[in-house]
Ligand binder design. Sequence first.
Ligand code: COA
Ligand code: MG
Length: 292
Amino acid sequence: MRSLLFVPADSERKLEKGLESGADILIVDLEDSVSAANKRAAREMAAAFIAGRDRASAPALYVRVNDLATGLTDDDLAAVIAARLRGVMLPKSGGIDDVRRLAVKLRVHEARAGIEDGATRIIPLVTETAAGVLNAATYATGEPRMEALTWGAEDLSAAIGAQATRDADGRLTDVFRLARATTILAASAAEVPAIDTVFPDFRDLDAFRRSCEEAVRDGFAGCMAIHPAQVPIINEVFSPSPEAIAEAEGIVAAFAAEGNPGVVAISGKMFDRPHLRRAENLLSRAGKSAGA
Ligand code: COA
Ligand code: MG
């Protein structure tokens, strides 16, 4: 899961374009990109779009529902679950309890639609409220449906009354850097991938590439997009390079050749268990099983 492209559910044109974007996942949005007046039509369009697609073919389809406090979530789920989606993105998640509340709802909707229990996965947006950031440690207690964690800056900024999320040089300010770092730590503690948030300035692709490179450096496994032009950059930057794959394979092979010791030397450099773990993670991101 490298690239996750948001598509407003009430735009047939963008839904179709999303299919050609090369994104690993399309997030069909019923929340912030759809006006209140359009929610009902958007649900129907989302359901028709998803039902007309083969679940096995790329991109995988997620739906972002409206948050649990809106009173809209159940109607969102009732409209789309029968169409068989890969998962549901939960905005403004306040902690693992909200993920569990959604999981219970999914169980009911799956049963009604004759879909296997647990088939629909969940990705929560974990930093859209102040309480959400402070409760992020709770995700470590886990919920089997949870496939990844991601974060958002705009709703948090509105919630806390910040005037901007970035400084004059384009760097995230402290609260948002904390939210970003919290997401990485919470995802790692929950043993699921961390997905970086959207980059709103969709015309500045150089700045976006830099942001993706920093995300890879810091431990994110993928990134959300709001525009198709961002997708190839995400796919490129978040796919390990052939050199990085070869190096990781060399590390795994060296440990295996020496009977899996605590530490090995390769070309005059020391590699111990954290290096091995990092190499295995990289190979699993590259779709190669470690040791193979
Ligand atoms: N998914 C699929 N296709 C998209 C797209 C998206 N997210 N964003 C743009 N496109 C399409 C456009 O329809 C256009 O296709 P067309 O010329 O064949 O009609 C093409 O890509 C180029 O779009 P462009 O003119 O550069 O942008 P725009 O002004 O039409 O749209 C946004 C800009 C921001 C409104 C649009 O990118 C968008 O809706 N993004 C998603 C917003 C969202 O979901 N937000 C919620 C999460 S933060
Ligand atoms: Mg939002």
